[in-house]
Design a protein around this ligand. Structure first.
Ligand code: CAA
Ligand code: FAD
Length: 378
């Protein structure tokens, strides 16, 4: 067992931390106005954050999953919206293209995505298929040289600003989940429209849209993997994606804790800093313990993936714990700030709103428990 980060990982953490400082500027306005951080995402591309785990041969940074988790954690300490934009793009889009795409797909789609010139989105969820992801209503009818895609996708992160979408749809309903495909669909393909932006509780500067497909002709060469591979593709993709969301949740918790700790040392009541009241000390102690536990699980899941070992259960465990810790820590961070925590300038109210989504997307906490229970009982 070796618990020290390598020099390379420490350097990466420093550069992500340095970049994250620039996210602070305008973070409250971006949240209030639900404004996508275009400029910041472009800089993230230049720094290699938008293609972190893609090999250098395809224009990526060629780093490992641990480095990726560390970078998302650092960004999310300041701006969880930037964290999810990066997570969805890297782990839900680039991973699958690199792992299962053809050389032609990698040339055409992976390269511009990995350099950050283009943005990706992953479309699995539907109005009636969220947790129950196998019950896909969207269809990709096999027409010989192309698929005809029809249906609606819901809640798609990067939905309005993406250029390239990985869309899951049913081709052979009689085969149930084994008849599902995943197709690469480009913005602008006739019949593909993006719905209005959702007005959300948190991660407001990340854009979330429904997508609608009306007789969209998608060339056969845009299918990833064998016919019927789409659902397995989605599940394998989400295993890695859950490490990204665990890291996002960890970052939100750690960011709120840092603010609460600093505030507790400064704010005085009854003649002494509130950090000298035992009730506040115990909250801080719990935060420290729980954040460290979430970090260990998240890094372990990333490490397992990097070692080529099974990691689906550990990714679900990390996402479950880190998201619960993010919610609890941010609520307590607001409490430690008293009335000041309830207003925007102190950031913790935004972090509390941002934390909630980590218990919902990429599989709710209930679904993580289901995945973990199935693994331990199998
Ligand atoms: N890896 C590979 N294959 C897997 C798998 C995994 N981790 N998990 C399941 N499968 C396969 C199974 O082997 C099975 O295939 P076979 O029958 O061929 O063996 C098939 O998938 C169906 O599996 P189940 O029978 O277990 O299906 P189920 O319906 O009982 O449960 C589920 C599946 C785990 C609940 C799944 O539907 C699920 O993960 N739901 C949550 C969906 C989700 O996380 N959505 C996130 C959307 S993206 C997002 O949210 C992005 C964002 O916010 C930024
Ligand atoms: P439901 O599945 O209807 O669940 C409702 C409640 O029932 C939940 O509490 C759930 O845990 C519980 N429940 C359901 N089934 C069970 C069960 N078997 N046992 C116990 N409890 C259960 N999807 C994408 O494909 N791509 C994206 O980029 C994306 N981004 C998102 C961004 C945001 C901001 C949001 C809000 C969602 C996003 N999603 C995305 C969708 C997200 O993954 C789903 O919302 C999530 O998986 C839950 O599905 P649902 O909303 O349909 O809830």
């Amino acid at each position: 067992m070796y618990f020290e980060l390598s020099e390379e990982h420490k350097l990466l953490r420093e550069s992500a931390r340095e970049f994250a400082k620039s996210l602070l500027e305008g973070v409250i306005e971006r949240d209030e106005q639900a404004k996508f951080p275009f400029e910041q995402v472009q800089q993230m591309g230049e720094l290699g954050f938008m293609g972190m785990m893609v090999s250098e041969a395809y224009g990526g940074a060629g780093m490992d999953t641990l480095a990726y988790a560390i970078a998302i954690e650092e960004l999310s300490k300041v701006d969880a919206s930037a964290g999810v934009i990066m997570s969805a793009h890297n782990s839900l889009v680039l991973y699958g293209l690199q792992e299962f795409g053809t050389e032609a797909q990698k040339e055409k789609y992976l390269k511009p995505l990995a350099s950050g010139k283009k943005l990706g989105a992953f479309a699995l969820s539907e109005p009636e298929a969220g947790s129950d992801a196998t019950s896909q209503h969207s269809t990709a009818e096999d027409k010989g040289d192309h698929y005809l895609v029809n249906g609606i996708k819901n809640w798609i992160t990067n939905g309005g600003n993406a250029d390239i979408y990985l869309v899951i749809a049913q081709t052979h309903p009689e085969k149930q989940h084994r008849g599902i495909n995943v197709l690469i669909i480009e913005k602008g393909m006739p019949g593909f429209t993006v719905g209005p932006k959702e007005n959300k509780l948190g991660i407001r500067s990340s854009d979330t849209h429904s997508l609608s497909f009306n007789d969209v002709k998608v060339p056969k060469e845009n299918r990833i993997g064998e016919d019927g591979f789409g659902f397995k593709f989605a599940m394998k993709t989400l295993d890695g994606g859950r490490i990204g969301i665990a890291a996002q949740a960890l970052g939100i918790a750690a960011g709120a804790y840092q603010l609460a700790l600093a505030y507790a040392k400064e704010r005085k009541t009854f003649g002494k800093p509130i950090s000298e009241h035992q009730a506040i000390q115990f909250k801080l102690a719990d935060m420290e313990v729980e954040i460290e536990a979430a970090r260990m699980l998240t890094y372990k899941a990333a490490w397992l993936k990097d070692q080529g070992k099974p990691f689906a259960k550990e990714a679900a465990m990390a996402k479950l714990l880190a998201s619960e810790v993010a919610m609890k820590t941010t609520v307590e961070a607001v409490q430690i700030h008293g009335g000041y925590g309830y207003v925007k300038e102190y950031h913790v109210e935004r972090m509390m709103r941002d934390a909630k989504i980590t218990q919902i997307y990429e599989g709710t906490s209930e679904i993580q428990r289901l995945v973990i229970a199935r693994d331990i009982l199998k």
